[in-house]
Design a protein around this ligand. Structure first.
Ligand code: ATP
Length: 581
């Protein structure tokens, strides 16, 4: 996608506002050009002593009237053009956010949050500056500059040619510096992204930083990032810092030429004193557009670099996609078939899952177990369509999951991740989300998730505020809040990634019994705690991304030595910890 294509819909949507602003800007520029003409008549009248008091009053009133009208239209263009740039900023941010929500887990594996945040903030702001003041500066440079040159030519062609001698230098400098600025701006934005990510990581991992006494290490890392950001900024400042003085130097050279040559022409009667004064005014008017050229280059290059960074995100496509015109499949029963599934997080790497084939009848309980890193969570994430397999097919009720619309699929299949996400807000909002939920239903879900005692110990119960990411809750409480949220959903298939990993064995036992009682729903529970899966209709033992064995607890105790050995070790550990208590 060409970066400018990103702006197109916003420019079209705001075309009337843009047009009005543009007309106001043209009027301001046009009226401004008229003032030197009035001044010329005053000066000529005064020079040849023909001006009367009445003439002076009239000219004064004309200038005052022009100033009022110019002020009115100036307000108009600021309102319309700057307002449009704000709308573009908002529109781009909305589109970026909406697009980010469509991207799948693999995109977030590859991109850092800090970098995405800097794109959603400072890059979008740069685009706003380029589209708002950029349009004004370009119009002024072209229109005011062009018209001023026209009037200067009308007064004296040769003097205008002399005054324009420094112009090629301006164009040359602008072009040369523009490229450097673009590179500098891209580097600055990347540096800002790195620094934002580092700070975000430091704050979100503040507990680990404290426990491991990593404060000074984090300080050094931040200092290094800050120094890097500063050096990128300084490189940019050197370029922009050189630009403005050069522009002012060239415009002052033009002024010096006009004062010398124009003064000579007045003395020799080639132009009138009024013309000379008007010429100086037009040259003054040219100064801003000439300087604006430098400024615009700055703004536009910055906006362009940012637009390219935004376009890169907007071009990213989700690898997990919805089919075009997906059909409704009717009520989901919840049977799942996995056929020869292979998957790796990045192409070319060793597969994390290989040759996985499974038949899961609707309404059954399936336990997935195996050592850490054996692929349990990955398998659940594939079933939840957070990723799609590289090869093989997953069928839900006999239909490939890729054929379901996201809406239908997400209603039918719900995934409870191992690390539950808690939003800052009340427990009630965290559990019920945005759904209006009957109080009894909510309480029943909390009871089923073994939250009753926790809620009773909190002064505000369900209305207790929990901090960002649930920092005021224990790990086990967070898991149970997330489980209560899951139980409120009518999903026919529940994918539960170790929901009891952080709770004590007694509570875990109650939670598992509650999950066992959810008859009719397909429940797939991954856990390395064998007691959590032993009552399942089928237990799948994973090893290095493959299915090592599958069957009932009794079958596996007989047929799989790893399962039987680990079961005995875990049973012994449980007994010892109960004795200890
Ligand atoms: N987002 C990711 N990107 C790259 N590799 C990943 C990613 N997530 C997991 N892995 C790798 O995939 C393999 C399987 O991980 P997975 O989390 O599925 O194992 P698990 O059996 O659920 O482990 P645990 O019991 O510790 O939760 C591991 O080697 C892990 O390092």
């Amino acid at each position: 996608m060409k970066p400018y294509r990103l702006l197109h819909p916003h420019l079209v949507a705001n075309r009337y506002l843009l047009l009005t602003g543009f007309i106001c800007l043209l009027l301001v520029d046009g009226l401004q050009l008229w003032i030197p003409r009035v001044v010329k008549h005053v000066v000529d009248g005064l020079s040849d002593r023909t001006a009367t008091h009445g003439d002076l009053l009239t000219y004064g009133l004309i200038v005052a009237g022009l100033a009022i009208v110019i002020g009115f239209f100036r307000y108009g263009w600021r309102h319309c053009l700057i307002g449009t740039s704000r709308k573009i900023e908002r529109g781009l941010r909305d589109r970026l956010y909406t697009h980010l929500l469509t991207l799948d887990a693999s995109f977030y594996d590859r991109n850092r949050t800090g970098d995405l945040m800097s794109r959603a903030t400072s890059d979008i702001m740069n685009v706003r500056m380029a589209t708002g003041m950029g349009i004004v500066a370009i119009t002024d440079a072209l229109l005011l500059g062009g018209a001023a040159v026209g009037f200067m030519l009308w007064i004296s062609g040769p003097l205008t040619l002399l005054a324009l001698i420094p112009m090629p230098f301006i164009v040359f400098t602008t072009r040369m510096m523009g490229k450097r600025m673009h590179t500098n701006y891209t580097a600055v934005q990347e540096g800002l992204g790195d620094m934002t990510e580092m700070v975000r990581e430091g704050f979100s991992g503040i507990r680990v930083v404290k426990v491991f006494g990593m404060g000074s290490l984090m300080d050094r890392r931040l200092a290094a990032h800050s120094a890097d950001y500063l050096s990128r900024r300084m490189a940019l400042a050197r370029t922009t810092g050189l630009m403005m003085p050069l522009m002012v130097l060239f415009t002052n050279m033009a002024l010096a030429i006009v004062v010398g040559a124009g003064g000579w022409m007045v003395i020799h009667g080639r132009i009138s004193t009024g013309d000379f004064v008007a010429f100086l005014s037009y040259l003054g008017m040219l100064t801003w557009p000439m300087m604006a050229l430098g400024w615009i280059t700055n703004l536009i290059q910055r906006g362009k670099a940012s637009l390219e960074r935004l376009a890169l995100v907007m071009e990213s496509e989700a690898s997990v996609r919805e089919p075009d015109g997906a059909q409704k499949h009717g009520p989901v029963q919840g049977s799942l078939s996995l056929r020869d599934i292979c998957f790796s997080f990045e192409s070319g790497l060793v597969p994390v899952l290989a040759d996985i084939s499974l038949e899961i009848p609707a309404g059954t309980r399936v336990g997935i177990t195996g050592p850490p890193g054996s692929g349990k969570s990955t398998l659940l994430q594939l079933l939840a369509r957070l990723y799609d397999p590289d090869s093989g097919t997953i069928l839900l009720d006999g239909t490939p999951v890729r054929d379901y619309s996201f809406d239908e699929f997400r209603k039918a299949v719900h995934f409870l991740p191992q690390e539950p996400w808690i939003f800052s807000g009340t427990l009630r909002a965290n559990i019920s989300g945005l759904m209006p939920v009957d109080e009894h239903v909510l309480e029943a879900a909390c009871d089923a998730a073994q939250l009753r005692e926790t809620l009773a110990s909190l002064p505000m119960g369900l209305d207790t505020l929990v901090g960002e990411r649930g920092v005021t809750l224990s790990g086990g409480q967070k898991q149970r809040v997330a489980l209560a949220r899951t139980l409120l959903l009518p999903a026919q298939v529940l994918l539960l990634d170790d929901p009891v990993s952080q709770v004590d064995t007694v509570t875990a036992g109650r939670m598992i019994r509650m999950l066992d009682s959810l008859e009719g729903r397909t429940r797939i529970l991954a856990s390395h705690r064998f007691a959590a899966v032993s009552h399942s209709d089928m237990i799948v033992v994973m090893e290095e991304g493959r299915i090592r064995a599958a069957g009932s607890h009794e079958e596996l105790m007989k047929e799989d030595d790893y399962y039987a050995r680990t079961w005995r070790i875990q049973a012994m550990e449980a007994e010892l910890s109960e004795d200890g208590e």
